[in-house]
Design a protein around this ligand. Structure first.
Ligand code: FAD
Length: 503
């Protein structure tokens, strides 16, 4: 008997319907379920809700008569409506909650995951032989196993890691990097319908959103995603590496690929992304530092994060090594960038409000670092990132936010917390110039919230970080601060008197 194949909303590319390697039958009917309850549970960024619904409806239109597209309150209800007691297959979902659900339904067979280079058993075999699970070691193994950027047994160019070439501050005086703009999709009738539906849901009081919705900035179908990949490879990849960690107030996208939402919706496969980049290098169209940097992001970081999500188990979600419990302030939750004076926070928050995206460094060294220094509850911070970013899904958020950005796992993922004073932000961006706060000031009206926040954070965790080989020097630096007492008093007052008001 033919099984019906269920496509989740992040399984939208052709590989999820390919019969190869244990996929569904070629002619299997397909069901897609648009669950309203998903949007009721969390206050999502509206651009994210729009993108996901638009992408699902675009895929349904492509599949035509093959698909039954159900609008229902819950997945269970939708599945009952569409297939009754019929047998169903589904590719391994991307969250623990969805996996629990499909496993609890006796008529559903779960097929292997798609959309990643490394199979779960390969990761388990690698992890089993490691004392610590460091990304760099994993990435080298992936390069070898998948013959990626290799020359025989050696890494192309003779070195695995070109990070040292990829940490340049932005060019002095430049307002933009001057690279060609990324691909931007054109909205169509599907988007109009989605926008009407979202307006109606909000009017009915059924759901509420944050952020601005439109025009849609990220691809919602395979054609658009391929166009975005082609544009990146031919016009933007060459400049990807050098300024990967830099931030410019007037150039939010710089040379980044903006492919994360397409990859995470399943519209692009990581193999075609990395192979395209390697081909560009072999053709002499992009330098090795850029190509290696991009391959590292996708074949290294993305794969590593996916596997850690499953490897660390359900209890990882509750990690809170630093005992942080403060709740997120309303202005942050509402993405109220206009309430913020600190230029780095305002700029990052504004970009998130307007597009649901900002690149890695504003996520890590501005937004994440601010939350970490103030001791916000890491689970609430994770939920905020999940709701506010167009590319946010449970699997990618948990390791990135809990582990990498909030150090809530106590160092299982990173060797030290990613946080800094204002000097780092000043060196790597043009954000500090007109800011009312000064990166070199720890105390006083114009003390930079990151500089003061960094020292207060170190002081609070002096005992834990004093034993960390990569942090102990910084901790010893506390004893050399002549104004530490004043700084701590100022930070206490900021917290007590101004509460969680924006910096
Ligand atoms: P590029 O800079 O062009 O990188 C290329 C690709 O590499 C990305 O598209 C992405 O698929 C992959 N990649 C790079 N780093 C990571 C990483 N750490 N984890 C997973 N994939 C990675 N990425 C998400 O896809 N979804 C998220 O919800 C997400 N949340 C993050 C939260 C925090 C606090 C931090 C520090 C990072 C987060 N990232 C997340 C990782 C990274 O910031 C984004 O993937 C990237 O900024 C997306 O923009 P881009 O496509 O232009 O990436």
């Amino acid at each position: 008997m033919t099984h019906t194949h269920w496509l989740f909303g992040d399984q939208l590319g052709p590989s999820f319907l390919s019969p190869d390697e244990g996929g569904p039958d070629r002619d299997a009917p397909v069901v897609m379920i648009e669950s309203r309850a998903v949007f009721r549970r969390r206050r999502f960024h509206r651009a994210k809700a729009h993108l996901i619904l638009s992408a699902m409806r675009h895929r349904a239109a492509e599949l035509g008569d093959r698909v039954t597209y159900v609008r229902a309150d819950t997945y269970r209800e939708g599945l009952r409506k569409a297939v009754g007691r019929g047998r169903v297959t589904v590719c391994h979902p991307t969250s623990r909650a969805a996996l629990r659900l499909v496993r609890s339904l006796d008529r559903v067979t779960v097929l292997p995951p798609r959309g990643f280079l490394v199979r779960p058993e390969e990761f388990a075999a690698w992890a089993g032989g490691q004392r610590t699970l460091r990304m760099e070691a994993f990435y080298r193994q992936v390069r070898r196993d998948h013959d990626l950027l290799m020359e025989g047994d050696e890494p192309a160019g003779g070195t695995w890691n070109l990070d040292h070439e990829n940490r340049r501050p932005p060019p002095r005086g430049a307002r933009t990097l001057g690279v060609p703009a990324p691909h931007r999709p054109r909205e169509d009738a599907v988007d109009e319908e989605v926008r009407r539906d979202l307006d109606r849901w909000e009017r009915d009081g059924d759901v509420s959103f944050v952020g601005r919705d439109g025009p849609r900035s990220f691809p919602a179908d395979r054609r658009g995603a391929l166009a975005a990949l082609r544009r990146f490879l031919s016009h933007r990849l060459a400049g990807f590496g050098a300024y990967e960690d830099a931030v410019l107030a007037g150039d939010g996208t710089m040379s980044h690929s903006l492919l994360s939402s397409s990859l995470n919706l399943g519209l692009l496969d990581p193999v075609e992304c990395v192979e395209g980049a390697v081909a560009a290098w072999r053709a002499g169209d992009a330098p090795l530092n850029s190509v290696e940097g991009f391959v590292r992001q996708i074949a290294g970081w993305r794969e590593y994060v996916w596997h850690l999500y499953w490897y660390f188990g359900e209890e990882y979600r509750a990690s809170n090594a630093l005992g942080h419990t403060a709740s997120l302030p309303d202005w942050w939750d509402a993405l109220d960038a206009d309430a913020v004076s600190a230029r780095c926070v305002a700029t990052a928050l504004r970009q998130v409000r307007d597009t649901g995206w900002t690149h890695h460094i504003p996520r890590l060294m501005v937004l994440g670092s601010y939350a970490l220094q103030r001791g916000w509850d890491p689970a609430a911070v994770t939920d905020w990132f999940h709701r506010s970013f167009v590319d946010g899904y449970d699997w990618v958020m948990l390791p990135n936010v809990l582990g990498m950005s909030q150090y809530a796992d106590g160092g299982r993922m990173t060797t030290k917390p990613y946080t800094s004073g204002g000097a780092y932000i000043d060196r790597m961006s043009d954000l500090c110039g007109p800011c009312p706060y000064r990166p070199d000031r720890r105390v006083g009206e114009d003390a930079c919230p990151f500089t003061a926040g960094y020292w207060a954070f170190l002081h609070r965790n002096r005992a834990a970080f004093g034993r960390n080989a990569r942090m102990s020097r910084a901790v010893r630096g506390l004893d050399r601060l002549p104004d530490l007492a004043a700084l701590l008093e100022q930070e206490r007052e900021r917290q007590d008197v101004r509460g969680d008001s924006p910096p």
